[in-house]
Design a protein around this ligand. Structure first.
Ligand code: ADP
Length: 612
């Protein structure tokens, strides 16, 4: 894998991890819950026949019978009215933990005994030390006891079907009512609970939590109040064949009113007894909402991130953004779609993975790839500039050749003039040829296609001829060139022409980037079989950062550009290649405002001890 790819994959992986971690935070869970509640309100399940009825002891019922103080009489009365209606089961959502007045207790116990499949409630003691259970008198009269414990969560989304405390373990009230109604005992397996033909998905690992599928507000669990039933006992027919949930719903007395996913829409919290009836509806109506398994909660975000990565990795511009937007939309829709299939896939992990990875991939594309593109464009522009320069350089000798040859063809010239012009044509075309050759050679040299010429030449003599060529340029700026002779004749071996190009380039740079009336000095030093040739100027110099870049093709310092002397910025890159091909190096000492010194360090073949 290339470094760039690894970088990209790493970035996407990071986005995925951040998204997953975010989904595990309290905020993530909160968002998941809000989305869950929202889905509830958005999607109404296919209607199903209510399986339960709430027999409500509401305000009116309490008022008529003497308030909460006479609750047991009310319960007994309700049971008596229900007994003949043949309900499927009767769950009493009142914890009868203390003995009351003997008369009331006896009446209630008798009513319980007369009620088929009556189930009583137990709750955890507030300090969690044990169960607050029905007294024996009632317990013996009932078919079972179920817990009515609610987890401390402001919104009731699920209930623990099993709750243990100490050695006593109880099923939830609604489940106990269902069990009493069905007959066979509960069969437990790690993944679910079975009663008769019903398989209830409540895994042991999730503490047997069951998501409550509330009946939608327009079609809630039917209710009959005790007061109504007193007034018209025939209403008991509505309870036939249903599970009856008997409990207090009076706002003033019910201590357990809780929020449901529908509370936001209806503005109404729900009495505990109605929640238990909804749990029963969930179980009896098989209206189960399954939680997506862990591999899916992890796998779907991974898939989305991979998709986003592939899109932005392979495409650019608006098609990538369009498809990326599609994945984002998908991330939002998938959880809702799943919910419609009674499948709960948490939203946060999915949505934040999609958003983060899209943002990461798009910015990566934008910043990294775009920067690379701009650089390539810049290189091309500078390359074109270099071509212009080359063409421009060639134009001068070409014009001279053209003009001279035209002169020769058009006029009858005297012999000396003709000779002079012919000589000019010859030298200019040679210059042209040499120029082309140098450019080609350098290109070939850097491509490794050319072997260096190996001829011996005198360095001092070569430098002399270069200085002579630069002089006219220097004189225009009144710059003096001081050439300190070499300590001895030093012979270099290599390509004389290329070496001349290198020397000449250093000299013209020294002149170009120096103010008028300064001095350029050239000197030679020999040490350890190496020859050092330095060109020192009193020009405007460069800082260390600039020095590091001047050998790059097309690089020019700002100061050089401002001076109006700067060329294309390829000269030094060619010099460096030439020197490297000759086994040498270039040293640069320069500081802004104090001039520069370029030193070529070359292996000197023979140091002739002639002159010294
Ligand atoms: P150019 O054709 O622009 O001179 P070079 O490759 O020869 O191209 O030089 C690259 C850049 O290095 C120049 O544009 C200039 O900014 C800087 N430079 C080279 N020589 C000198 C010098 N002697 N003093 C100051 N700046 C220099």
């Amino acid at each position: 894998m290339k470094r760039r790819d690894a970088e990209y994959v790493g970035l996407l992986g990071g986005a995925l991890i951040v998204a997953l971690v975010a989904s595990w935070t309290a905020l993530g869970v909160q968002i998941d819950n809000n989305a869950y509640d929202w889905f509830f309100r958005l999607h109404e399940p296919a209607p199903w026949e209510p399986q339960s009825v709430v027999l409500a002891i509401d305000e009116a019922s309490l008022r008529e019978s003497g308030g909460m103080a006479r609750l047991r009489e009310s319960l007994a009365e309700a049971l008596e009215l229900v007994a003949n209606a043949q309900p499927r089961a009767v769950a009493v959502d009142v914890v009868l933990a203390d003995p009351g007045t003997p008369g009331a207790d006896a009446r209630l116990a008798a009513a319980l005994r007369a009620t088929p499949r009556a189930v009583l409630a137990a709750d955890l003691l507030p300090d969690g030390s044990g169960w607050e259970e029905p007294v024996t008198l009632f317990r013996e009269a009932a078919a079972g006891v179920g817990h009515v414990h609610a987890e401390p969560d402001p919104v009731s989304r699920e209930i623990l079907l099993e709750k243990a405390n100490g050695r006593v373990r109880l099923w939830a009230l609604a489940l106990e009512a269902f069990r009493a109604a069905e007959g066979p005992p509960v069969v437990e397996s790690p993944a679910d609970l079975q009663i008769g033909g019903a398989v209830i998905p409540a895994a042991r690992s999730a503490h047997r939590a069951l998501r409550i599928r509330y009946r939608p507000p327009p079609d809630p669990v039917p209710q009959v109040s005790l007061s109504e039933l007193r007034a018209d006992p025939r209403l008991a027919a509505r309870l036939t064949g249903k599970a009856v949930f008997l409990g207090v719903t009076a706002q003033t007395a019910a201590r357990d009113r809780l929020q449901t996913p529908y509370t936001y829409a209806t503005g109404r919290s729900m009495p505990g007894v109605e929640i238990h009836a909804n749990v029963f509806e969930t179980i009896a109506g098989r209206q189960f909402l399954l939680t997506a398994p862990a591999w899916m909660q992890l796998g779907v975000p991974v898939l989305l991130v991979a998709l986003v990565g592939a899109i932005f990795g392979r495409m650019a511009g608006w098609p990538a953004y369009l498809l990326g937007g599609g994945v984002l939309a998908m991330a939002h829709i998938i959880p809702y779609f799943c919910f419609k299939q009674n499948f709960v896939l948490p939203v946060t992990g999915l949505v934040s993975a999609a958003w983060l990875s899209t943002a990461a991939a798009a910015s990566y594309q934008h910043f990294v790839v775009r920067r690379r593109m701009l650089k390539a464009e810049g290189d091309r522009a500078r390359y074109q500039q270099a071509m212009h320069f080359v063409v421009h350089e060639m134009r001068t000798p070409l014009t001279a050749i053209q003009g001279s040859s035209e002169l020769m063809g058009r006029y009858q010239l005297p012999e000396p003039k003709r000779k002079e012009i012919a000589h000019l044509i010859n030298s200019e075309s040679k210059r042209l040829g040499k120029m082309i050759e140098i450019f080609l050679n350098v290109e070939r040299l850097s491509a490794g296609q050319l072997e260096l010429k190996r001829e011996a030449f005198d360095s001092q003599e070569l430098m002399d001829s270069c200085v002579a060529r630069v002089r006219p340029l220097a004189e225009r700026k009144e710059i003096g060139i001081v050439l300190r002779p070499a300590p001895g004749a030093m012979e270099l071996v290599g390509d004389r022409e290329l070496m001349e190009y290198a020397f000449y380039n250093l000299l013209t740079n020294a002149v170009k980037y120096s103010p008028p009336r300064t001095e350029v000095s050239v000197y030679f030093e020999a040490a350890a079989g190496r020859l050092r040739i330095s060109v020192q100027d009193q020009g405007f110099g460069m800082d260390a950062k600039e020095v590091r870049q001047i050998f790059q093709k097309f690089y020019r310092t700002r100061k050089a550009e401002e001076s109006g002397e700067a060329g294309t910025g390829i000269g030094l890159s060619i010099v460096e290649q030439i020197v490297a091909q000759h086994g040498g190096t270039i040293e640069v000492a320069s500081s802004p405002g104090r001039g520069s010194c370029f030193t070529l360090v070359l292996p000197a073949n023979t140091v002739l001890a002639g002159a010294s």
